[in-house]
Ligand binder design. Structure first.
Ligand SMILES: C[S@@+](CC[C@H](N)C(=O)[O-])C[C@H]1O[C@@H](n2cnc3c(N)ncnc32)[C@H](O)[C@@H]1O
Length: 273
């Protein structure tokens, strides 16, 4: 792949593009073990109600008549590409001639992107740090998805078309509370909705939100995957985790609880830099 400035970048044989050359980044990317745990847990379908709700919502947002074609979805912090895959599959047009939206997946972890590139070969999957200027043009995206990933308000507003949407998924305070101790998970911050709106207020206005709540039946292995797939996966002691998992019953009931929030970018003149 080449840029207008004459720089060339090789596409890795696994299908992703690493633009984080040179200085790299100060952030610690998810490890191969964390990514593998997330893939196993999501593939088991535990968060299917969330992917279904997202697919339906993004389909409706893309159908917004004011948005010019071609359509582009950017999945910021795409991870293994699980949710982007579900969203793209649901966008498969029934009518001949209609086009599937283009998609870009961004993530700092090359281990995650290897899987994302396999799962979503039609998307452009790029290793990138979301806290930097994004490697995308201005006003090119119809939907930016941010599912449990960092939120760079000014850059998301810049890449969205006027009338485009930022879709943010955050956990509710009760999310997986039943297994937080067993899985050694970091606590979930209370009152996330107002904090989220405040953190984006310089560039976005909220337009709606909905909650998705589901009851899960988790095996000890599932609980282990949950423990490893989140930020706590960087710090967990494998022996301590194994001991805790050994004490669990065959199935543990837990609640998955998410909020999906939708925002529109403020007009450029109203943004606070
Ligand atoms: C909790 S995971 C969520 C992944 C995916 N959205 C999902 O829900 O399956 C957070 C993701 O954000 C990525 N991430 C964290 N910090 C990042 C950064 N500064 N730039 C790009 N990606 C980042 C991680 O590598 C990880 O894949």
């Amino acid at each position: 792949m080449a840029c207008a400035g004459g720089h060339n970048f090789d596409i890795a044989r696994q299908g992703y593009l690493n633009l984080l050359t040179g200085h790299g980044t100060k952030f610690v990317p998810d490890t191969a073990a964390m990514v593998s745990a997330r893939d196993a847990f999501l593939d088991a379908g535990h968060y299917k109600p969330l992917s279904e709700a997202l697919a339906e919502l993004v389909g409706a947002l893309l159908a917004e008549p004011a948005l010019p074609s071609p359509k582009l979805i950017v999945d910021a912090g795409t991870g293994t590409g699980h949710y982007l895959h579900q969203v793209l599959a649901a966008c498969s047009p029934g009518s001949p001639g209609a086009r599937r939206p283009a998609a870009v997946g961004l993530d700092i972890s090359k281990f995650a992107l290897r899987r994302a590139a396999r799962r979503n070969p039609e998307a452009v999957n790029i290793v990138w740090d979301l806290w930097r200027e994004l490697p995308l043009g201005t006003a090119v995206a119809d939907v930016v998805l941010v599912i449990f990933a960092p939120r760079n308000a000014s850059e998301f507003a810049r890449i969205l078309k006027p009338g485009g949407s930022l879709v943010v998924v955050t956990p509710l305070p009760q999310h997986l509370a039943e297994i937080a101790a067993e899985a050694g998970m970091l606590g979930i911050q209370a009152d996330k909705e107002s904090a989220l709106t405040a953190s984006l207020a310089s560039h976005f206005v909220p337009t709606g939100s909905r909650e998705v709540v589901a009851t899960l039946q988790l095996s000890p292995a599932d609980v282990g995957h949950v423990a490893l797939m989140g930020p706590a996966g960087h710090h967990l002691d494998p022996e301590q985790l194994a001991e805790r998992l050994a004490r669990l019953p065959k199935l543990t009931t837990a609640t998955a609880a998410f909020r999906i929030s939708v925002f529109h970018p403020l007009p450029e003149t109203s943004r606070v830099s």
